[in-house]
Design a binder for this molecule. Structure first.
Ligand SMILES: Nc1ncnc2c1ncn2[C@@H]1O[C@H](COP(=O)(O)OP(=O)(O)OP(=O)(O)O)[C@@H](O)[C@H]1O
Length: 229
């Protein structure tokens, strides 16, 4: 249930030249671990998440998700891999406005072909596990920003993914709620034994993660400060 990137190179066309967004990037995240990736704007963090999510195919290198080498797969096979093994938490909780918190989770299960009736109880339990006990009937506008992000995290975990990819989860939150969200991510990572990569600008929460890597000009280096656990 781990995530491994080996010597990943990704370029974008840039006029008559190419821009190297990821320059021989390697990383490994084990089940139950959170790797935080920090770095300046434009350094390649979103590109890294997109490659790890198998949304972008690298020019070269290997991306192995829970033992499956994703680079050689067709688009349809990658879509299935994402559905079965990868949970994604975006910066803005992109919840559907007309659905309740529980229905957000059920909609994903429906897309996976799981009969919805059997899943209702699991959805309520998953929401309780992220601290939303009793709020399963609320629609997004009836939840706070932090609570919406909790629904987002519960939804990403619904399919029991091997890998959780998180993009700036605290960007829309104040410091206290941001800290609580990172704490929750660390907790669910251990409970569900997922391999989590979290891209963040917020360096104040890094004491809660297992490892920190720094992205600069497309190159990823391990930070000394991160190796504290
Ligand atoms: N679709 C694209 N086409 C061309 N260049 C791109 C594309 N997407 C990103 N880039 C460039 O690739 C580099 C890395 O971008 P990326 O979005 O991965 O950085 P980032 O670290 O996530 O930045 P931010 O923190 O601002 O979100 C930047 O120079 C960016 O301009």
């Amino acid at each position: 249930m781990s995530l491994t990137l080996t010597d990943v190179r990704l370029t974008y066309p840039d006029g008559d030249r190419v821009l190297t967004a990821l320059d021989e990037v390697s990383l490994q995240v084990e089940p139950g671990q959170v790797l935080a990736v920090v770095g300046p704007s434009g350094s390649g963090k979103s590109s890294l998440l997109a490659v790890a999510a198998t949304l972008l195919r690298p020019d070269s290198g290997r991306v192995v998700v829970d033992g499956v080498d994703a680079v050689g797969l067709s688009a349809a096979q990658r879509a299935r891999l994402r559905l079965e093994k990868i949970g994604i938490v975006f910066q803005q909780p992109n919840l559907l406005g007309s659905l309740t918190a529980a229905e957000q989770l059920l909609a994903i299960q429906h897309m996976r072909g799981v009969p919805v009736r059997r899943q209702r109880r699991a959805a309520v339990e998953a929401l309780a596990a992220v601290g939303l006990d009793g709020k399963q009937h609320r629609r997004p506008h009836q939840l706070s920003g932090g609570e919406r992000q909790r629904v987002n995290i519960a939804r990403a975990l619904t399919g029991r993914p091997a890998v959780l990819l998180v993009d700036e989860p605290t960007a829309a939150l104040d410091q206290e709620r941001g800290g609580q969200i990172v704490e929750l991510l660390a907790e669910v990572t251990r409970q569900h034994q997922v391999a989590t990569v979290m891209v963040t600008h917020d360096t104040e929460y890094l004491d809660q993660v297992d490892d920190v890597a720094v992205m600069r000009d497309g190159q990823l280096t391990r930070s000394v400060a991160g190796a504290h656990r």
